[in-house]
Write a protein that binds this ligand. Structure first.
Ligand SMILES: Cc1ncc(COP(=O)(O)O)c(C=O)c1O
Length: 407
């Protein structure tokens, strides 16, 4: 089958770029001595998750219980919910998966939440395998890495009958903020910015170092086991970090015998305009594109033109991208992934992408376009299928098996 015979709009995955992305991250994990547990919320696809395991991934990450159920039903037996999972209905569903032989773990980040988990699992005669979520600077969930209450909290966790504390976990979502303005005296000029690389390195370093500091503090307080030797071998306490941008320059280090044990990137399989804007990847590493059709074209009184695509908010979503104007980047050439100049997806309605063009557009009604979306992970969740392609050839159709599993 040819790409031109697919319906429009459609989401395409370029196989060669996908494989290169998978290999790059697998090699980074191996080189840094960490286990790769990819976050499958990006692709929600059983087929793609299998490719990740085939390339050496150690289990998978999900956010929601519904996602865990989908992957478990397809034979995945080591699933970590990188998510504070709360509520008796959710724990019962996880207990069911565990009884079916799936190794499940999830996050806690408050004493009251942890106590509720412990009571529920104790009642069920089981111990929940939990990781304490640490806030290393994103300020979403997690107890702050520098909180004075940390040792007492972990002491309490370790004493709970229905819990087994297996490690700590963080998500450095602040890596998505990009370079910050330097307002300190060292720079002098208030408007000077970090480079994109400096920003990625800073957040990555903070994520890694703050997690290792937490582990060292906890071991020094005697509330988690100390690692056996100076290299940390022998310690099975898990230290789980990693987003696609914060891992861009990741290098593992040893602190007090602890090392990072696991990384959980998700977006790296596809990349998107956000990763390009942050300097994480070039367009040529973007494996996911949306193919859409120009359904209408009109000239404005000022001579500019407006064109309409058959992909709106319900395909592209309304996420913006760091360093980009508009809602996705149109490509001039999908083989070399060069962007089409002067064309901006300036607005979206539910089913229309509003394309603004200074001067005249080379595109006509009926033409198809390819674009790199701002945020690939949310685009995938709008689709029932992803099409694996190489150039103009369609190689496979993948179900988005966990589409819409947000409960
Ligand atoms: C808890 C958690 N871990 C890992 C990831 C993966 O991050 P990324 O998609 O940037 O690789 C995310 C992304 O949202 C996340 O929320």
């Amino acid at each position: 089958m040819r790409v031109s015979s697919l319906p429009s709009p459609v989401v395409l995955i370029e196989e060669s770029r996908l494989l290169a992305n998978l290999d790059t991250m697998a090699e980074r994990a191996a080189a840094q001595g960490v286990r790769l547990r990819p976050h499958t919320k990006t692709h929600k696809s059983v087929d793609l998750a299998r490719m990740q395991l085939d390339r050496g991934a150690h289990g998978i990450t999900v956010a929601k219980v519904g996602e865990a159920e989908v992957f478990a039903a397809s034979g995945f037996d080591d699933i970590r919910l990188a998510y504070v999972t709360l509520g008796a209905d959710k724990w019962n569903r996880l207990l069911k998966l565990e009884k079916g032989g799936v190794r499940i773990s999830f996050c806690v980040d408050t004493p009251e939440g942890a106590r509720a988990v412990a009571a529920h699992y104790h009642e069920a005669g089981r111990r929940a395998r939990v990781l304490l979520e640490i806030d290393t600077g994103y300020h979403r969930c997690g107890i702050r890495w520098d909180a004075t209450a940390l040792e007492d909290f972990v002491r309490e966790l370790s004493g709970m009958d229905g819990l087994e504390l297996i490690g700590i976990l963080t998500h450095a979502g602040n890596a998505y903020y990009g370079p910050r303005r330097m307002s300190d005296e060292r720079v002098g000029d208030q408007s000077a910015e970090e480079t994109r690389e400096e920003a990625l390195r800073r957040v990555g370093r903070e994520e890694r170092d703050r997690m290792l500091d937490v582990a060292v503090r906890l071991a020094e307080a005697g509330v988690i086991p100390a690692p056996d030797g100076p290299t940390g071998t022998g310690s099975d306490f898990e230290i789980s970090i990693g987003s696609t941008p914060s891992l861009r320059y990741f290098e593992n280090v040893t602190r007090g015998g602890f090392r990072i044990t696991e990384i959980r990137p998700g977006n790296y399989v596809f990349h998107d305009a956000t990763q390009v804007g942050l300097g994480v990847a070039p367009y040529s590493a973007c494996a996911l594109t949306v193919r859409a059709t120009v359904i209408s074209k009109h000239r404005n009184p000022d001579g500019s033109e407006r064109l309409f695509l058959d992909a709106g908010k319900k395909v592209l979503t309304s996420d913006g991208a760091f360093g980009h104007e508009g809602f996705g980047v149109l490509l001039y050439n999908e083989r070399d992934m060069s962007p089409l100049p002067h064309h901006t997806i300036s607005a979206l309605s539910e089913e229309h992408g509003w394309l603004r063009v200074r001067g005249g557009s080379t595109l006509s009604v009926g033409d198809t376009v390819r674009l790199v979306p701002n945020h690939a992970c949310v685009v995938v969740n709008t689709q029932r299928y992803l099409y694996l392609v190489e150039g103009e050839e369609v190689l496979d159709t993948w179900a988005v098996s966990a589409q819409g599993r947000v409960v």
